[in-house]
Ligand binder design. Structure first.
Ligand SMILES: Nc1nc2c(ncn2[C@@H]2O[C@H](COP(=O)(O)OP(=O)(O)O)[C@@H](O)[C@H]2O)c(=O)[nH]1
Ligand SMILES: [Mg+2]
Length: 432
């Protein structure tokens, strides 16, 4: 067990209750130094806390004792539920840190110890970080599934299958002239083909899990004066973008964040698409087109009073704006009036349905991070090489399968992870 660390585990600022956590060697002594005798494991007890140096009473608190290994970190853990005022918290933390061997925790240090003690794998630690950051229902659900080990279980399963496929190939290397049971090597090749297909299908999920974390992106596009900025303001419910009858008003990309179907959504208003009159507008149009390219969905706004041609891609939505002024919407376009609000509810319903169908939960857990994507791409590339090499010789193939297993193992932290640990845990806040 490592030396004990101390931190505020609950949020900063005034609150009814604040939770101070101590983990490591000496946590039990620290608890009894402040609270008298240690309560029975995992049972809350009311105690008068006092400063061990001066005897000065600090607070009345609920205290809990989680002896190793049945604790969050896998070490001895004490929790002090004190009154959530700044002076109480700092006095209790100061009294704890004055005890020999205790110090303040670094960001993410509790979770790092939990990982090092095998309480969770790296994907679970990342899921925990996402759960703490989750702002919408969809984010909470995805983070919870990941924290509960669904994604890590999938990757560990792949790693185990890769290890046994490489064993089948190695059997052929080690006993080339002996009579192996029929088709040992070809069973290895077969297993690799299936795994490569599974990994590639997971990679080709359109970034669903990453969208749930970072937000689904909608770009509003169309001619100047079509009412793009008015539409953004309608959707956002506030004056996010400047609206004016002067064409070319919007030049930069302006974004508003919405929550649709429980998922974060970024809606971007852009400069109107036309021949630019100056260099700044030209840059605005360049940015608009770049945003259109990255977006998950494009809304093409057409001015019903002066319809201009638009270039929707399959799946894009055409919005027939200023329906209060003019003619029937053409087939397939949604009539709205950003000015009066007419048709906005139907548009929001269509967007909600789209976001829900693209990001909504599936059976299989989604890929959630660029870190996982990079390692899986490495694994998939190694498997493609292995399949090519298999026709030449088992040695080459076996080496590539081992590389693939290593890459997948690094996602959950089963193999050489030291260098990535610092990066992951430093993103946590202190006390987590
Ligand atoms: N009558 C009517 N006018 C609108 C509507 N939407 C926008 N406008 C007006 O059209 C002009 C251009 O709007 P704006 O949102 O700045 O267009 P953008 O250049 O596409 O961003 C402004 O004068 C708006 O008040 C609408 O639904 N009906
Ligand atoms: Mg505008």
């Amino acid at each position: 067990m490592s030396a004990a660390i101390v931190a505020l585990a609950s949020g900063q600022g005034r609150a009814g209750v604040a939770i101070i956590r101590v983990s490591g060697e000496g946590a039990g002594e620290a608890l009894s130094a402040l609270a008298g005798n240690v309560p029975s494991p995992r049972r809350a007890a009311l105690r008068r806390l006092a400063d061990p140096a001066s005897g000065e009473p600090l607070d009345d608190a609920l205290v809990l004792w989680f002896p190793a290994p049945a604790s969050f970190t896998g070490e001895d853990v004490a929790e002090l539920h004190v009154h959530g005022g700044a002076a109480v918290i700092s006095a209790v933390i100061a009294a704890l840190c004055a005890l020999p061997g205790l110090r303040l925790a670094e960001p993410g240090e509790f979770t790092r110890r939990a990982f090092e003690n095998g309480k969770l794998d790296l994907t679970q630690a990342e899921g925990l970080a996402d759960l703490v950051d989750a702002e919408t229902e969809g984010q909470r659900r995805q983070a919870l599934r990941q924290m509960q080990g669904e994604l890590g279980g999938l990757y560990d399963g792949w790693r185990a299958r890769l290890v046994s496929a490489s064993a089948l190939l190695e059997a052929e290397i080690d006993f080339p002239d002996e009579d192996l049971p029929d088709g040992v090597a070809s069973r290895g090749v077969c297993a690799i083909e299936t795994l490569a297909a599974d990994i590639e299908a997971h990679l080709a999920d359109g970034g669903r899990g990453e969208r749930v974390r970072d937000g689904y992106r909608i770009a509003i596009l169309g001619a100047p004066n079509a009412g793009k900025s008015s539409l953004l303001n309608r959707l956002a419910g506030r004056e996010a973008a400047i609206v004016s009858p002067i064409a070319g008003t919007t030049r930069d990309v302006i974004e508003a964040r919405l929550v649709l179907a429980g998922f974060p959504v970024w809606v971007a208003d852009t400069a109107g698409l036309r021949e630019a009159v100056d260099a700044i507008e030209a840059e605005g149009i360049r940015r608009a087109l770049a945003r259109a390219d990255e977006a998950d969905l494009r809304l093409w706004v057409v001015d019903a009073g002066a319809p201009a041609a638009v270039a929707p891609r399959p799946g894009d939505i055409v919005v027939w704006n200023k329906a209060d002024l003019a003619a029937q919407a053409p087939d397939g376009a949604m009539p709205v009036s950003a000015a009066t609000g007419q048709g906005i509810e139907a548009l929001v319903a269509a967007l909600t349905e789209r976001v829900a169908s693209e990001l909504g939960a599936r059976e299989a857990p989604a890929l959630t991070r660029a870190r996982h994507r990079a390692l899986l791409e490495e694994a998939a590339a190694a498997l493609r090489r292995a399949l090519e090499a298999a026709s030449i010789g088992a040695e080459l193939a076996a080496e590539d399968v081992r590389l693939a297993a290593r890459a997948v193992g690094r996602i959950t932290g089963r193999v050489d992870v030291e260098e990535i640990l610092g990066e992951i845990f430093a993103r946590f806040c202190i006390g987590k």
